[in-house]
Write a protein that binds this ligand. Structure first.
Ligand SMILES: Cc1ncc(COP(=O)(O)O)c(C=O)c1O
Length: 395
């Protein structure tokens, strides 16, 4: 038998969400109707102009060849124009933009390209798992910093950790609007963060996955809007959420040339890029589908209202998020001691509702569960009835 020590795989804990997924599947196999708010996997169709562009492009055999790992120049130009239009930011599409096969892939490979075992990375917690585990996979040390409601306090915590660290951290990874907490930041936060990064010479990686899923007139800033941010920062964006394209695997990384080039280089060894017709369809999305994005966002807003108002009505107090496709709900007091995994299991069993346990996003999330807004309003109302019955049960 060959040596079964698989270091990198063993560094990763069992995926907590898989346990809930299994329970959901078991219940469904037993004929139960489980309403699934688990994974952040958009349920709606990709807008028609994007699908049509894919179909048209795939008819041309030249597109069946290997594509370009860094992204077709025209796609990188469309990304440049998207940033200019949306944020008034200038980017050089040759040096400061690289496309990825989804931002998850890009974030993991950026960590692999830039970190070594001597490096420490500060990551907010709770957060989307690849922010933390990208660092772990790259063999660097992960230092989680608990998110605070007051982002000025969070910035103070970051600075305190930098000052007290034996070796200065190399990178900070952040994500606002945040998955899973839905917390949002303003430009002042990013300005102060960039100041900290510059003061201590630390790279900053920002994940802007929910740039477009914003409500009530909130506008999610780009870190690149901060003057001079490009000196130390990059930002990731994905087409998965804004354009309902999660299965297509298109995202990008923009900003600091050294970081972008490090990612470009490692990717050139690892992949040949997203399939060309998908890249061409992504150009269509970025250039011509702003109205579709607004409509997609509206659907999440209606679901957010239905879910939050429903939960509040039955006595489970939750706040309406200003952004993202999630509701981050504190576990009701009666069940707090169970922790998020056990509570989520009870929700499947008794309410017929699947959610993501907060612990799956880091220890700091264990008092919460995350609802993804991927069920329609009718199903949300059905879920509220199930949760109401469950919460009124004597346990
Ligand atoms: C914050 C955040 N970043 C990145 C991703 C991954 O997106 P992609 O489909 O581009 O890999 C997600 C998906 O849920 C996310 O929530």
């Amino acid at each position: 038998m060959p040596d079964k020590e698989f270091n990198n795989a063993e560094k990763l804990p069992p995926y907590i969400f898989a346990q809930i997924g299994e329970l959901r599947n078991e219940a469904r196999a037993n004929g139960e109707d489980i309403i699934d708010f688990g994974m952040g996997n958009p349920d709606q169709a990709t807008p028609k102009p994007i699908v049509d562009k894919l179909i048209e492009t795939v008819q041309n055999p030249i597109t069946h060849r290997y594509s370009q790992s860094a992204g077709l120049p025209k796609l990188r130009m469309a990304i440049r124009d998207w940033y200019a239009r949306k944020y008034n930011i200038e980017l050089d599409h040759v040096n400061e933009i690289v496309t990825c096969m989804g931002s998850k892939e890009g974030i993991a490979h950026l960590a692999l390209a830039t970190l070594s075992s001597d490096d420490t990375v500060l990551v907010q917690s709770p957060t989307y798992p690849i922010h933390s585990y990208g660092v772990v996979i790259a063999g660097a040390s992960l230092h989680s910093i608990a998110l605070k409601d007051d982002l000025n306090e969070f910035l103070e915590d970051i600075e305190r950790e930098i000052i007290k660290a034996e070796k200065k951290p190399k990178m900070i990874i952040i994500n606002f609007p945040s998955n899973p907490t839905t917390q949002v930041a303003n430009l002042d936060f990013f300005t102060k963060l960039v100041e900290i990064g510059k003061r201590y010479d630390i790279w900053i990686v920002h994940d802007l996955a929910y740039a477009d899923i914003v409500f009530d007139d909130y506008k999610a800033p780009s870190i690149l809007e901060v003057e001079g941010a490009k000196d130390i920062a990059v930002e990731f964006f994905t087409l998965s959420k804004s354009y309902n394209m999660p299965g297509w695997r298109v995202g990008f990384c923009c900003g600091n040339k050294s970081l972008v080039q490090a990612l470009t280089k490692i990717k050139s060894y690892m992949d040949y890029g997203t399939f060309t017709p998908i890249q061409v369809a992504a150009i269509k999305a970025l250039n011509d589908c702003d109205q579709d994005v607004k409509e997609i966002c509206k659907i999440y807003e209606l679901r957010r209202d239905e879910l939050c108002e429903g939960l509040n009505r039955i006595g489970w107090d939750v706040e309406k998020p200003l952004a993202t496709m999630f509701v981050w709900a504190k576990i009701p007091d009666k069940y707090k001691n169970l922790g998020s995994l056990e509570f989520s299991k009870l929700l499947i069993q008794h309410a017929k509702v699947a959610v993501s346990p907060g612990a799956g996003f880091g220890d700091h999330g264990d008092e919460y569960v995350r609802f993804s807004l991927i069920e329609n309003e009718h199903r949300i109302r059905q879920a509220i009835r199930g949760i109401k019955n469950f919460l009124s049960m004597e346990m």
